[in-house]
Structures are given as C-alpha cells and as structure tokens.
Design a protein around this ligand. Structure first.
Ligand code: GUN
Length: 293
C-alpha cells in the first residue's frame, strides 16, 4: 500500500509558483492577485477563506478579503461582484459557498466574469471544460487529477467509481476521468444518495473517488484488493485522543480499508492541501491570461 501525499505534492506546486512570482517581480511585472468574498459567519467558510488568503501571502501573491454581512441583499452582493469584475488589480476571485438562503447562488456565480472565475464554477467554464476548450477547472477535481498524475496511477481503461454528484467535486470529477487524456480514459460510474446497492459498484472499482461527506462510509467489504482510493471527505468527528475533543475523518474508514488498497489518500494531508494549491495555480493562469487571451 502507498500513501498519496497531498501535502508534498502541494508544496511542490507552491515552490513552482514562488519561483514564477519572483520572475515576475524581477521583470517588473504585476504579481497575481486573488480576492475572496465571504458572506456571513459560517465557521467552516471562515477557516477555508482564511487559509486561501494565508496561502496567497506564502506564495507572494496579492490578496483581498471582502467580508460581507450575513444580511447583505443579493443586489448589493452583485454590485461587489461587478466591482471585482472591473477592477484591473484583481486577476481572479472567488465567492465562498454556501451563501445565505436569501441569496440565489446561481445568479451570483453567473455574475462572475468567466475570465476571473478561478473556482471554475461559472457555466461558461464548466461548458468549456465539457468541450475540451481552455477553461478554469474547479480546484478540488483539478487537485485530484494532479495527485493521480504525481502518484503515476494508471487510469486508461480502468473503472472509476465517483461517489457524490456535487457541482463542486463529483460531477466535474466524473467528466474529467472520462476524458480522452491522462489521467482519464476511465469507464466512469457516478454514484449518489439515490444509488441502490452501492457496494455492487464499489466492489468493481479500480479507482474510487469519495465525496459524500459521510465519515467512515467506505468499508473493506465494499472494495476489491488493489483499489486506489481518493478521499475528498473532511468530516469533524468526536475523538477521545485529541485535546479539542475532535479530529478530522475522511469518507473512507482508513484503518479498515488501508491493507486492501494499492494507493490511498490520507485525511488530513491528501486531497485537502491540493484544493488550495489548484486555486493558486488557476490564479496564476488568470493573471497570465492563459485561459482567456
Ligand atoms: N465551498 C466549498 N468548497 C468551495 C470552493 O472550492 N470554492 C468556493 N467558492 N466555495 C466552496
């Protein structure tokens, strides 16, 4: 069994990005600048956004954090997005999800200019991705592709079972794994909450990508020997062994399945670190006008 070390791969990406930033500075050019919009006080969203801003500092990017009140009107939020779209200092920006219930998430995402949509959530970017055109690829699926590549996982002709159909992870992941490229060329099955007898699919899988948010969901009876498991789950569970009384658990029951896996990503330290690394990479692409000329 081999652990796929996302922390290590993400650090390699950051080292490359730091070198690029230094080169830009030496050439007297502007460094990439990412803005993040945070609406309200969702603790998980606050943690994620703070981590994104901190990483900008670490790699030498500019960053802007826009914190908005939970009760902001949709109209005022759309005005903020309009300003970011038209601010030449900002190369790319994200609006952290979820948004408060009174705001229409689709309307907000569609208001982001596709050339600044470094999350890759805009329909134009998702459509371009489908059509193999230059596009921003959502950060978590892109991070998983980079992990599979770094671990030299064979994917052609393999059966990849993706569990979870979110717009952020599962759906784009299923599209990427079926593409005629490497990683890719898989036969893909997309399972979700209404799938019957899910173990019939997971038992056939050569690669399982888990993104359902259920701690310890995948057990050893559900997999075959030699499977590759990519675990996107970041679940807070109670623990008697940590000071805080909590720890992070994946969607896979790591201790139960590890001996049957050829490769597995740990939680934490697997997919998680790759998400922010991919966002930083997309921000560089945005600043270099690599996707939208
Ligand atoms: N909420 C959970 N994941 C993400 C993400 O990757 N981007 C944004 N904007 N919101 C999220």
């Amino acid at each position: 069994m081999k652990l796929i070390d996302g922390k290590k791969v993400s650090e390699e990406i950051y080292n490359d990005l730091k070198i690029k930033v230094e080169q830009l500075k030496q050439q007297g050019q502007k460094v990439p600048h990412l803005a993040a919009v945070l609406v309200g006080n969702n603790p998980a969203s606050q943690t994620y956004v703070n981590a994104k801003v901190k990483t900008c500092h670490e790699v030498g990017y500019g960053s802007t954090l826009i914190k908005l009140d939970e009760n902001i009107t949709e109209e005022d939020l759309l005005k903020e997005i309009y300003d970011l779209n038209n601010n030449p200092e900002i190369d790319g920006f994200i609006v952290q999800l979820p948004l408060p219930k009174h705001i229409n998430e689709n309307k907000v995402i569609e208001a982001i200019r596709p050339s600044k949509d470094v999350d890759g959530f805009h329909p134009v970017n998702l459509g371009r991705m489908m059509l193999n055109q230059p596009a921003f690829i959502p950060a978590t699926p892109m991070g998983i592709m980079k992990l599979l590549e770094a671990a030299k996982i064979e994917t052609q002709g393999k059966h990849c079972v993706v569990i979870g159909r979110s717009h952020i992870v599962g759906s784009p992941m299923s599209i990427l794994m079926a593409k005629n490229s490497y990683p890719g060329n898989c036969t893909v099955t997309l399972c979700h909450s209404k799938t019957k007898n899910i173990e019939e699919f997971t038992k056939q899988a050569d690669i399982i990508i888990l993104a359902i948010g259920k701690p310890y969901f995948l057990k050893k009876e559900m997999i075959k020997e030699g499977v590759v498991v990519i675990d996107v789950g970041i679940n807070r569970v109670t623990s008697t062994t940590t000071k805080s009384g909590f720890k992070l658990a994946g969607d896979a029951d790591f201790d139960d399945i590890v001996s049957k896996c050829s490769h597995i990503t740990p939680v934490p330290g697997g997919v998680g670190p790759m998400t922010i690394a991919s966002l930083m990479y997309n921000t560089l692409l945005a600043s270099q006008k690599n996707i939208y000329k």
